[in-house]
Structures are given as structure tokens and as C-alpha cells.
Design a protein around this ligand. Structure first.
Ligand SMILES: NC(=O)c1ccc[n+]([C@@H]2O[C@H](COP(=O)([O-])OP(=O)(O)OC[C@H]3O[C@@H](n4cnc5c(N)ncnc54)[C@H](OP(=O)(O)O)[C@@H]3O)[C@@H](O)[C@H]2O)c1
Length: 435
């Protein structure tokens, strides 16, 4: 086969890692593809003066790369959803295959991009968009392709996991750890996407699409971040045998699809509860295999490049095939939309951890228990602490059995209305993650 020509657009963390892996492992990659992979041009706004790119042509205009008639595969690594979208559409219009690591782009504009790609008979591959170096997209599309996926739950944002791990290990509070994560370069200067769960929601939407054959529906994800987790929640969760993790959960139920990102109490004994620091993991429950867990580096230059290069290899292998023989990356079934609507969070069923501050006087617990019972919610466990000296507020922690979120919200509103409860009730969802 003739050499396959690649154009890399964006030469930052992932772009430079991709170039390094393609160059360093060129011989192994050529043997696996049956053709040499050549980086024919790099699109880099500020040029590549500080990087060793040998004799590779560098163009400061990324669109020139998408227009270069020599290039077979355009690799979009500039990020964002504006220029990146125009660039990807331009490459597709020019009949080029696209590889991208851009989860925001795929989650928000993937439906449109895949439709155009299907018309043009080109592939759009995005392994690196979810969980960096973990080949979770290929696991869902290929390794688990014979299974019915029942649910999946993932730690898919390394920054959030790093913060929660530090809070637990060192008893530090959220804002303190966030400042360190920013100093270490794990968190962006504007950490909103990471800590408010938006980045995880982008990735969850992509996973759910592949798992359940539904279109990408970013606007339907219930998203809650970790900024309201207090150090005492982490401690109480441990006392109850749980660990708090920020999970993206997608579940196929009889009523519809649950799509939610939020802090979650999970039993300490689960492997995924022990995924710490910036590492990522996705637990998939499927009918034939049962549970399977995918673990690894969710970000970083070469871990992410590993996924980008795997996609380049995949696409290069299909270049000799007819367009019809190429496996579509997302097999949308429009009919699946009505059969499997995404459920509003009020209709989702989980157990709950509740923490509240009660005035230290008799009868408060029974009133709270009565409110829960009136909503049909039973109590699984309870911790009532002695008030700290000189204070008359008692921390009260309740684990409920599984209930519908709407009922829990109604109970919480009533509990917050009690004169003897001070401030807001903290609620964190609890998942057993049992198969
Ligand atoms: N970093 C990771 O670990 C990781 C993991 C998984 C996925 N991703 C995804 O990979 C993509 C790239 O991330 P990154 O971390 O490599 O970002 P980065 O280090 O900021 O690099 C982005 C590069 O794109 C260039 N660029 C941005 N806008 C451009 C434009 N309009 N025209 C030309 N060049 C432009 C930037 O050039 P300038 O230097 O001139 O601004 C920079 O070289 C993102 O979609 C990200 O979500 C990253």
C-alpha cells in the first residue's frame, strides 16, 4: 500500500505527543498497517520553532492542512467547538477521514458531523475523546459488540478524581486542593468544565451513544459537580463503608435511559472505588460478559496520543476498503429515541446519603424519619454525632434505601423547612454498582 499521509492540526499537548509516538514507533506501526504513516503537514498557529519536527512542513493555517490534496487523514487537535467544527467539516467536505480527541465537539456537534461524514463515505474516529489512553470506545464498539450493555459508570475526569482523592487522603477541603491541581497543571485556569462535571458529561454522552445506539444528547445529561462536597462528607462516607467518586452513569432501564454525572457514594470494596488520583476507569455491565473494568491514564500527552494513533491506524487499515465496508462509529437508530427516551433526573431511582445539621433537642430525628416515611423512603443507616463542644448543632447522617429522586426532593424540601434543621441538607446519590 502507498504511504498514508496524515495532517496534524494543533501542536499542543496532544498534537506534539501524537507526532512523537508516530515518529518513534513508525516501524511497528507500518508493520501493523501494511503501509507507512507519514505526517505530511502540521497546522500550528504559532509554528513549531520550539519542537523538533524534522523536515515536516508546518503551516500556520490549519485550514490549509484540511485543503491539502496530498492528505488522507486530518487529525484535529486544536480543541473547542467553533474553529474545530469548521475545520472538521471542511476536511470531510474535502473527502478526508478525520481523527479527533475533542469530546466537546463530538458531544455537542457529533450528530451533524457524522451525518456529513456518512454522506461523504469517510470515517470520523474519536477514541481519545473519552478517557484519554483507555481504549474504551474500541471496547464498546468491538470487544463488547456482541453484548447488550445494561449500564456503565465511569470516573472520566482526572482532575475531579485527583481533588476527591486528596480530600480523602489528606482531609483537605475542595478549594485548597483545586488551587494545587491548577498549580500542577491538572486543572485549567478556568476549572468549570472539570469541577462542574461538564467535561464528564461530554464523555458520558459519547459512551451512552455507543452503548445504547442512541443519538448524542448532551442537553439531556443531568450534571452536578464536586464543588459542594465537604471534607466531612468524605469522612462520614468512609464510616459507612463508602467512598465518594464523581461518576458519569448511563443506564438502560425499562422506562428510558438514565444519563447523569454527579458525586456518588460507592462501596469501598468495589475496584472502581480504589481508582485514585488523576487515573480514569470505566465499569461496564453487559449481559454476556458481566462486569468489565477499563482502567488507565485519562489524559496527558502520550497516553492521549496512544488513542489518537490507534485511530489513525484503524482508519489507515480501512483505506483499501469500500466506504460501505467501513464500520460507522455511531450506528444511530432514530427509532431508539422514542423507545429509549432519556429520563429526567426526578424519575431516576437511587439510594441517598443525606447530611444535615440539627438543633440538639429531643424529637428531631423522629420528625425527619416521619417525613421520609411519609414519602415512602426507608432508612438504611444513620449516624448521629455528639455536638462539638459549646455548639448545639448535631450533624445527622442518613443513608436511605433506593427511592425516586422526585420523592427525595420533596422530603428534603420538608426537612429543610423544619425549624430544628439548620441550613441546607447535603444529598449525595449512592450506587452499589453490583452486577
Ligand atoms: N491534554 C489532554 O490530556 C487531553 C486528553 C484528552 C483529550 N484532549 C483533547 O485534545 C484536544 C487538544 O488538547 P491539548 O491539551 O493538546 O490542547 P493544547 O495543548 O492547548 O493544544 C492546542 C493546540 O491547538 C492550537 N490551536 C488552537 N486553536 C487554534 C486555531 N484556531 N488555529 C490553529 N491552531 C489552534 C494551539 O495553538 P496556540 O499555541 O497558538 O494557541 C495549540 O497548539 C482538545 O480537544 C482536548 O479536549 C486533551
Amino acid at each position: 500500500m502507498d504511504p498514508v499521509k496524515v495532517g496534524i492540526c494543533g501542536f499542543g499537548t496532544v498534537g506534539s505527543g501524537t507526532y512523537a509516538v508516530l515518529t518513534r514507533n513508525a516501524a511497528e506501526i507500518a508493520a501493523r498497517v501494511g503501509a507507512e504513516i507519514v505526517v505530511a503537514e502540521i497546522g500550528a498557529r504559532r509554528g513549531c520553532e520550539d519542537s523538533d519536527v524534522g523536515a515536516t512542513a508546518v503551516n500556520r493555517d490549519v485550514f490549509a492542512v484540511a485543503d491539502n490534496p496530498e492528505i488522507d487523514i486530518v487529525v484535529e487537535l486544536i480543541g473547542g467547538t467553533t474553529t474545530a467544527k469548521d475545520l472538521v467539516l471542511r476536511a470531510i467536505e474535502n473527502g478526508k477521514h478525520v481523527v479527533t480527541a475533542n469530546k466537546a465537539l463530538i458531544a455537542e456537534h457529533g450528530n451533524e458531523i457524522f451525518a456529513v461524514a456518512a454522506e461523504k463515505g469517510v470515517s470520523v474516529a474519536f477514541e481519545a475523546a473519552v478517557a484519554g489512553g483507555i481504549p474504551i470506545i474500541k471496547a464498546l464498539r468491538e470487544g463488547l459488540a456482541g453484548n447488550r450493555i445494561q449500564w456503565l459508570a465511569g470516573i472520566i475526569n482526572g482532575t475531579g478524581n485527583f481533588i476527591l482523592t486528596e480530600m480523602r487522603d489528606k482531609g483537605r477541603d475542595f478549594s485548597d486542593v483545586l488551587a494545587e491541581a491548577q498549580a500542577l497543571g491538572y486543572a485549567e485556569a478556568d476549572p468549570t468544565f472539570d469541577v462542574e462535571g461538564i467535561d464528564a458529561a461530554h464523555k458520558l454522552v459519547i459512551l451512552a451513544s455507543l452503548a445504547f445506539g442512541i443519538p448524542l444528547q448532551f442537553d439531556k445529561v443531568y450534571t452536578e459537580g464536586i464543588s459542594r462536597i465537604a471534607p466531612e462528607d468524605v469522612t462520614y462516607a468512609e464510616e459507612l463503608g463508602y467512598r465518594i467518586k464523581h461518576l458519569g452513569i448511563a443506564r438502560d432501564t425499562d422506562n428510558g435511559i438514565e444519563l447523569r454525572v454527579h458525586p456518588t457514594l460507592i462501596p469501598v470494596k468495589r475496584l472502581i472505588a480504589n481508582v485514585n488520583g488523576v487515573m480514569n476507569a470505566v465499569l461496564v455491565q453487559s449481559d454476556a460478559v458481566g462486569p468489565s473494568l477499563y482502567y488507565g491514564a485519562g489524559a496527558g500527552s502520550e497516553p492521549t496520543a496512544s488513542a489518537v494513533v490507534a485511530d489513525i491506524i484503524d482508519v489507515a487499515r480501512t483505506l483499501g476498503a469500500t466506504p460501505d465496508a467501513r464500520v460507522p462509529y455511531l450506528a444511530f437508530q432514530q427509532s431508539a429515541l422514542s423507545a429509549h427516551p432519556v429520563l429526567p433526573i426526578d424519575e431516576v431511582e437511587t439510594a441517598f446519603y443525606l447530611r444535615m445539621s440539627a438543633v440538639d433537642r429531643p424529637g428531631v430525628l423522629s420528625r425527619v424519619a416521619q417525613i421520609l416515611s411519609d414519602e415512602g423512603i426507608s432508612i438504611e443507616a444513620l449516624i448521629q454525632k455528639e455536638p462539638p463542644e459549646e455548639a448545639n448543632l448535631v450533624p445527622m447522617i442518613i443513608l436511605t434505601n433506593r427511592t425516586i429522586e422526585g420523592k427525595l426532593s420533596s422530603a428534603v424540601a420538608q426537612i429543610e423547612g423544619l425549624e430544628s434543621i439548620v441550613g441546607e441538607v447535603t444529598r449525595i446519590r449512592v450506587e452499589s454498582l453490583a452486577g
